[in-house]
Design a protein. Structure first.
Length: 256
């Protein structure tokens, strides 16, 4: 009885396999995705089309015309002395409520103004007279810097007055807009400050001697040489006169 049951079970399983196998194969063949030679080829890179220059120029001008307001603080002194260096600093921030004067280096009184602010800005400090050097200005960092949202950006210079009198310093601010490799700039009205530069006789004398030491040495040497020569000639002339006098006295004694 058990053998008959076993054979019956095996027969049923075999029948199920024979019926299910074609159905499985048919399903696999029907549902499998079809691949063509084109689908196996590597994807073609889509070329990047740069917008025309006129379009970039319009975008940059639009950015520069819609700059948000921020603030700037600068501290040039009203009085300086020839030969004495002063530190001048500029800070620019997006945050219009930030106290930019706190910890600002330099002797001048900080001045704060509201100006448009951009991500990239260029700040330059120059003397007023382009033909003659009124100041020796040394920048302490790059003229073009990024102005981030997190904090202010600072520019610093050491300024050495060369010429006394009423002089001027020009603070130039430029906005720099960049889109890809395209760059455009827009200037902000310059800040012009008058500086009363006082005379420093010791510094001026030292600079004069340093620049014209050969002329000074020659001017001092000539009188010294003339004086020494005069002394030598006077001494020599006196000896000759004494010699002549001795000879004359000797002749007189012989005649007697």
């Amino acid at each position: 009885m058990s053998d008959r049951l076993r054979r019956t079970t095996q027969l049923i399983l075999l029948t199920v396999i024979l019926i299910a196998a074609p159905l499985v194969l048919f399903s696999l063949a029907y549902l499998a995705p079809s691949y063509s030679r084109d689908s196996l080829a590597p994807p073609t890179a889509t070329p990047i089309v740069q917008p025309p220059t006129s379009s970039l120029d319009f975008q940059v001008k639009d950015i520069l015309d819609r700059l948000p307001l921020g603030q700037i603080t600068y501290n040039p002194p009203t009085e300086m002395t020839v030969g004495e260096s002063e530190m001048i600093a500029v800070r620019i921030s997006h945050n219009i409520n930030e106290d930019l004067s706190r910890g600002l280096q330099g002797r001048g009184t900080p001045v704060t103004e509201t100006i448009p602010v951009h991500t990239f800005m260029k700040v330059q400090l120059r003397g007023g007279d382009a033909k003659e050097e009124d100041f020796k200005i040394t920048k302490m960092n790059d003229e073009e810097q990024a102005v981030t949202e997190s904090s202010f950006t600072q520019w610093t210079w050491t300024v050495l007055p060369i010429k006394s009198g009423e002089q001027t310093l020009h603070l130039t601010i430029t906005y720099v807009a960049k889109i890809g490799s395209f760059t455009a700039t827009k200037g902000h009205p310059s800040v012009i400050k008058s500086i009363n530069v006082k005379v420093n006789p010791i510094y001026s004398l030292r600079e004069f001697i340093g620049n014209y030491w050969q002329w000074v040495l020659t001017s001092l040497a000539i009188p010294v040489v003339v004086w020494i020569k005069k002394i030598f000639l006077d001494k020599k002339g006196g000896q000759e006169d004494k010699t002549l006098g001795d000879k004359a006295s000797s002749r007189k004694r012989r005649r007697r």
